[in-house]
Design a protein. Sequence first.
Length: 214
Amino acid sequence: MKVLTDNFSTYGEGFLGTLELTVYASLLALALGSVMASFRVAPVGSLRVFGTAWVTVLRNTPLTLLFFAVLLGLPRFGLVLPFEVFAVLALGCYTSAFICEALRSGINTVPTGQGEAARSLGMSFAQTLTLVVLPQAFRSVIPPVGSNLIALAKNSAIAGAFSVTELLGTYRTLSELGYNIVWTFVWIAVGYLIITLAISALFHVLERTFGVAR
């Protein structure tokens, strides 16, 4: 307990850093994942190809390599942003590929008659997708989307290796101060547990409120 009480501000700063990364990257992942899922089922071939390439590349690229590409590669092209922003981009883009596939599986569960009925009323593809199909699809994929965001929260630990303030990175400071490394990691694990349990509880509520009864 002494490790926590003596370094509460250090843990707090790391916890808030991880929480911010998780929230911002989750919002980006949900937005991009929805767009890419729309591309994957679009009637325009070039959009389907782009969506498929996005998912294929990101799902098969190690997250650490993606961090290197974003944090070290983009500045070479003149895009200079805070490392925290680059970390959000890397985490959000990576997770968006998994969100996309979860949503696409949900889209496939929506009866085709729903889309046909919407088109018979004069709705465009975009209107049909956003107003009819995606709301129904999201209801059926709440659990897998929640699991992907929990994985995102844990993946944020990689950001500490790139000078981004987050929870796992606090071990270096405390190790240099001579604190027991075992208890240092115990309290780091507790911090991640709080975040992941909060996400799990949120999606449990969403599933009970909006989920499809099975």
